[in-house]
Design a protein around this ligand. Structure first.
Ligand SMILES: NC(=O)c1ccc[n+]([C@@H]2O[C@H](COP(=O)([O-])OP(=O)(O)OC[C@H]3O[C@@H](n4cnc5c(N)ncnc54)[C@H](O)[C@@H]3O)[C@@H](O)[C@H]2O)c1
Length: 367
């Protein structure tokens, strides 16, 4: 079990990664929150509750009030938030209530947002159940929902009291979700942690085979990386932007495919391939480093086919919300374990990087 401290100007809390955390959850929450309040809400979704609800409830003397969010990105909406807030109000929720978000990144983002606005803010705890949520979305305090106009356009920065990332619940995670989530750990290694890159290269079989020790190592290192960055730049004014390696083109791929065919981590995986190509062209990584890192991405693949053309992907990068004032921001690796943000990527460079990525996708899927 490993404990990582988040310490930002607005919040200080622990992220615990290890096995057996859900079984002992009530006691663990009491340790950080004091005696449990009369109304404890748990936001989850039916498939997750079906798999893990019994285990979850076993540690609570009084069963928590269960709120359900239907699974799927299309349900991360203001409308559902309103419905859930009303359920909480009807169930007697008050300012002393506590909310536990028990699910993947969607439940975590909506749960954090609910907690941040119900009664102007109640305490909450993240219990992430996907690999992506454990290493990424549950840490750092970003919460929110989508609008028809775009993803994550409404939300708040609101940190939990604690995060409990239980490796045990990953046992039921579909293989594709695991591999997609692992792209965020590949990213963590590339931008900040050479040792993680090496570990993931040498232990791919253990990690993909869900060996608890290997998973704990990768999850804790990824959380440590993210916490370290968030601690220095909570509101994404500078350093935190490096967490977006692979996201400029990744978001464009998600948008160009209507958020239907690619998982977020898969889009980021392909986006990293494009960023690596650009970094190689600019000389911030050597040819050997390029090959090593591209191999690492594919080691945790396979990444899905991309049936897209260059102009569509390039066009979609322009609408990205991270592009302030029309500038296309790119995170580029600098060697292995470091990265920087550039804003002067020319259309020709962007086209070349996207072209390389699409050619790779075509080649890998024609074999
Ligand atoms: N707040 C942040 O900083 C941040 C960062 C990255 C991503 N996100 C958000 O996270 C969301 C994606 O999260 P996700 O990838 O976890 O997707 P998700 O929440 O949709 O979960 C993926 C699927 O796995 C299922 N599932 C979850 N846990 C399971 C388990 N233990 N066993 C079996 N099935 C399980 C879910 O029901 C769902 O079908 C997106 O909305 C994205 O915007 C937020």
């Amino acid at each position: 079990m490993q404990t990582i401290r988040v310490e930002t100007p607005s919040a200080k809390y622990d992220v615990v990664a290890g096995s057996g955390l859900v079984e002992t959850l009530a006691r663990r929450i009491e340790r950080v929150a004091g005696k449990l309040p009369r109304r404890v809400f748990v936001l989850t979704s039916a498939p997750i509750w079906g798999l893990w609800g019994e285990v979850f409830q076993a540690s609570f003397a009084e069963p928590p009030i269960v709120l359900f969010l239907p699974p799927g990105e299309e349900n991360k909406t203001i409308k559902n938030v309103e419905g859930l807030l009303r359920e909480m109000a009807r169930a007697g929720g008050d300012r002393g209530s506590l909310l536990i978000a028990f699910g993947g990144g969607i439940v975590g983002d909506v749960g954090g947002f609910l907690a941040s606005i119900f009664m102007r803010g109640i305490p909450y705890v993240q219990v992430p159940t996907t690999f992506l949520a454990q290493v990424d979305s549950s840490v750092g305090g970003k919460t929110g929902v989508n609008l028809p106009e775009g993803k994550n356009l409404v939300g708040s920065f609101y940190h939990p009291l604690a995060v409990f990332a239980d490796i045990g619940v990953l046992a039921t995670l579909p293989e594709r979700e695991l591999r997609a989530g692992l792209m965020e750990s590949v990213k963590a290694g590339i931008i900040r942690d050479r040792a993680l890159v090496r570990f993931m290269e040498e232990h791919a079989e253990d990690v993909l085979g869900r060996d608890p020790k290997a998973l704990e190592k990768v999850i804790a290192a990824s959380i440590r990386m993210k916490a370290g960055v968030v601690n220095q730049d909570e509101r994404e004014r500078g350093l935190r932007m490096i967490l977006n390696l692979g996201h400029t083109v990744g978001h464009a791929l998600e948008q160009a495919t209507g958020y239907k065919t690619l998982l977020h981590g898969e889009a980021v995986g392909w986006g990293m391939v494009a960023a690596l190509h650009l970094a190689r062209q600019r000389g911030t990584i050597s040819r050997a480093q390029f090959e090593r890192l591209e191999n690492l991405v594919h080691l945790y693949g396979p990444l899905p086919a991309l049936k897209l053309r260059v102009p569509k992907v390039v066009g979609a990068t322009v609408g990205d919300k991270k592009n302030v004032g029309g500038v296309t921001r790119f995170v580029l690796p600098v060697g292995i374990g470091d990265a920087g943000v550039v804003e002067d990527v020319t259309p020709a460079e962007l086209e070349a990087a996207v072209g390389y990525m699409l050619a790779q996708a075509a080649e890998r899927h024609s074999r």
